[in-house]
Design a protein around this ligand. Structure first.
Ligand code: IMP
Ligand code: MG
Length: 175
C-alpha cells in the first residue's frame, strides 16, 4: 500500500558527501585551533550537522537549538517558534550556526538576532542549501553547500510534514 508522491533525485549521496567535506575543510582552515560552538538547528540540520562535524578538525562543542517555522505547509509561515533553547550560554564563544536550508531567510535572520543578543565573540552561518528565489530577508551565509532552484526538497534531514528525513539523498517531492 503506497500513496506516496514520487521523489525526483536532486543531489546524490556522493555529491552531498563531497560538498560537506569541502565545507569542513574551509571551516577548519578558518577557525584553526580556535574552539567553536557549532549550533545544530533542529530538526532539519541534524543529518547535515552529524556529517559536517566529522569533517571539521578544529576543536568544537555541539549545541542544539530548535525552531519551527512551518506547519505541514510547504511555505514559511513567517512566524518562528523556539521549540528548544540552547543548554549553555554562548557569550565570548565563536559560534557557527548550522542550517539545513535558507529559503525566505526569515528563520535565519530571527536566529541570528537571537544569538547575537547573547554576546558571542563571533557569529557565522553554514547552510547546506540556499533557495535565493524566495528571499525576503537578506542574510549572509559564510559557508554554503548548494544553491538550488525554487523547489521543495526533502531528505538528508529535510522533511515534508515530518516525513522523508531519513532519505539518504536530497530529492524533490512532486505534487
Ligand atoms: P525560511 O525561514 O523560509 O528561510 O525557511 C527555513 C526553514 O524552512 C528551514 O530551516 C527548513 O526547515 C524549512 N524549509 C524551507 N524550504 C524547505 C524545503 O524545500 N524543504 C524542506 N524544508 C524547507
Ligand atoms: Mg523543516
Amino acid at each position: 500500500m503506497s500513496t506516496d508522491s514520487p521523489i525526483a533525485p536532486l543531489l546524490t549521496e556522493s555529491q552531498i558527501a563531497e560538498r560537506v567535506a569541502a565545507l569542513g575543510r574551509a571551516i577548519s582552515a578558518d577557525y584553526g585551533d580556535e574552539e567553536l560552538v557549532l549550533i545544530c538547528v533542529l530538526k532539519g540540520s541534524f543529518v547535515f550537522a552529524a556529517d559536517l562535524v566529522r569533517r571539521i578538525t578544529s576543536p568544537l562543542r555541539v549545541e542544539f537549538f530548535g525552531v519551527k517555522s512551518y506547519g505541514a505547509e510547504t511555505s514559511s509561515s513567517g512566524v518562528v517558534q523556539i521549540t528548544l533553547d540552547l543548554a549553555k550560554p554562548i557569550d565570548g564563544r565563536h559560534v557557527l550556526i548550522v542550517e539545513d536550508i535558507v529559503d525566505t531567510g526569515l528563520t535565519l535572520s530571527y536566529l541570528s538576532e537571537q544569538l547575537r543578543a547573547r554576546g558571542p565573540a563571533s557569529l557565522k552561518v553554514c547552510a547546506l542549501l540556499h533557495k535565493p528565489a524566495r528571499m525576503q530577508r537578506a542574510v549572509h551565509i559564510d559557508y554554503l553547500g548548494f544553491t538550488i532552484e525554487d523547489v521543495f526538497v526533502i531528505g538528508y534531514g529535510l522533511d515534508h510534514a515530518e516525513r522523508h528525513r531519513n532519505l539518504p539523498y536530497i530529492g524533490v517531492l512532486s505534487p
